[in-house]
Design a binder for this molecule. Structure first.
Ligand code: MEV
Length: 431
């Protein structure tokens, strides 16, 4: 027997009904329900950044149908672009026909970099550092909380760069397991702590000490296998959709111009969960695109392939995504932003690795949703219908006027603010 999908049919409910359903699903308190309205307070905002003059709200939507390692879940997403939440939910629905997403992740090991200049022999300096590795790691292990949770400094690696515009330099990598923290502060403190030791050991001069966003020791992986029958849509057979998605992926695999947009589609989902949970989406973006270029040629982060049976018939479309996923569930905005705490509660208060795995599953779903639509009916129809609502609002429509004007513009195929203003003027004249 198939289990009931949590919060199924959310899209058919009013916002008030959705909140009620979510509150029941996630066991939200009255204060937490009120928080969905109120968001961050002015006082909390003032503690977060400098020169605060206000707060900037974005919509939080809930993506449904996610089955990750056999666990049902709903995913909070914060984003301004229409179709993202609907796309992720639709893709997750198709993926569950093949058992949902299977995920895994590496230990949460971040890289801190130390730049050493003024060395005459890079190899010799690297050997001196390696010989003192245990001592350096001991000094780097400055964080008692991370140590308590069995995290901490793990290894030292040296990367000689003999030919840079500023001459030769040695780059020292400190590998540091930051457990449930994203770990930027921990790693930055650690590299600042060990820098004088590196200078003493090598006789060189340290310049930068900072974490790397190319967190390729901290990766998460998701895969899904969608039966072709589940892919049938309108006039397109499941076989046709599978082939078209495969061809769309091949385009991104071969062409960096397409890969940039393809990967942007992945990040649409990942960033939306990062923002919802108070994580640093710029760090994720930097890591994702650097990872996509790790072979020396920028390419697709996902892989889509056709699975065939013994007779050569395509039975499934298989998708995979593996990428750096430096996210935390403790520290920073994940705790100080009340909406981030709420988002984590909706996700069942995952640890950092589980959150990373959920996010990579969302990225894979988002990529599938985008390339499936692009490779079949195109994205503009669905997208413009939703976009039309924003255009109607920008033209000054309110309440029921928004949907009426959006529908008219979508029917006419003209979705522009000047047309929305005309329709609004007609409506207000008539009333
Ligand atoms: C738009 O935000 C994202 C897409 O361009 C992604 C893609 O082209 O794969 C639709």
């Amino acid at each position: 027997m198939t289990k009931a999908v949590p919060l199924a049919g959310l899209y058919k409910m009013s916002q008030a009904e959705r909140k009620q359903a979510l509150a029941e699903y996630a066991g939200l308190t009255e204060e937490e329900i009120a928080l969905l309205e109120a968001g961050l307070s002015p006082e909390q905002a003032d503690m977060m950044i400098e020169n605060v003059v206000g707060r900037y709200a974005l919509p939080m939507g809930i993506a449904t149908n996610f089955l990750v390692n056999g666990r049902e879940m709903v995913v909070p997403m914060v984003v301004e672009e229409p179709s993202i939440v609907a796309g992720a939910s639709y893709a997750a629905k198709l993926a569950r026909a093949g058992g949902g997403f299977q995920t895994s992740s590496s230990a949460p090991v971040m890289i801190g970099q130390i730049q050493v200049l003024g060395l005459t022999n890079l190899e010799e300096a690297a050997a001196k550092i390696k010989a003192a590795e245990a001592e350096i790691l001991h000094k780097a292990d400055h964080d008692p909380v991370i140590r308590k949770f069995s995290g901490g400094a793990r290894a030292i690696e040296c990367r000689p760069l003999p030919n840079t515009p500023a001459g030769p330099m040695l780059v020292v990598h400190l590998l540091y397991d930051t457990r449930d923290a994203m770990g930027a502060n921990t790693v930055n403190t650690a590299v600042e702590t060990i820098a004088p030791m590196i200078e003493d050991l090598t006789g060189g001069r340290v310049n930068l000490r900072i974490l790397s966003n190319l967190a390729d020791h901290r990766t998460a992986r998701a895969e899904c296998r969608i039966p072709v029958d589940a892919l049938t849509r309108g006039q397109f057979s499941g076989q046709q959709v599978a082939q078209a998605v495969f061809e769309a992926w091949a385009f991104a695999a071969a062409d960096p111009y397409r890969a940039a947009t393809h990967n942007k589609g992945i990040m649409n989902g990942i960033d939306a969960v990062a923002v919802a949970t108070g994580n640093d989406w710029r760090a994720l973006e930097a890591g994702a695109h650097a990872y996509a270029a790790r072979s020396g040629r920028y390419t697709s982060l996902t892989t889509w392939s056709l699975v065939t049976d013994g007779a050569g018939q395509v039975t499934h479309l298989q998708g995979e995504l593996e990428m750096p996923m430096a996210v935390g569930t403790v520290g920073g905005a994940t705790r100080s932003h009340p909406m981030a705490r709420l988002a984590l509660k909706i996700l069942g208060n995952p640890d950092a690795r589980t959150l990373a795995e959920i996010m990579v599953a969302v990225g894979l779903a988002q990529n599938f949703a985008a390339i499936r639509a692009l490779a079949t009916e195109g994205i503009q129809r669905g997208h413009m219908r939703l976009h039309a609502r924003q255009v109607a609002m920008a033209a000054g429509a309110q309440g029921d006027q928004i949907q009426i004007i959006a529908n008219r513009m979508a029917e006419e195929g003209v979705i522009r603010e000047d047309r929305a203003r005309e329709l609004l003027a007609e409506m207000t004249k008539d009333s």
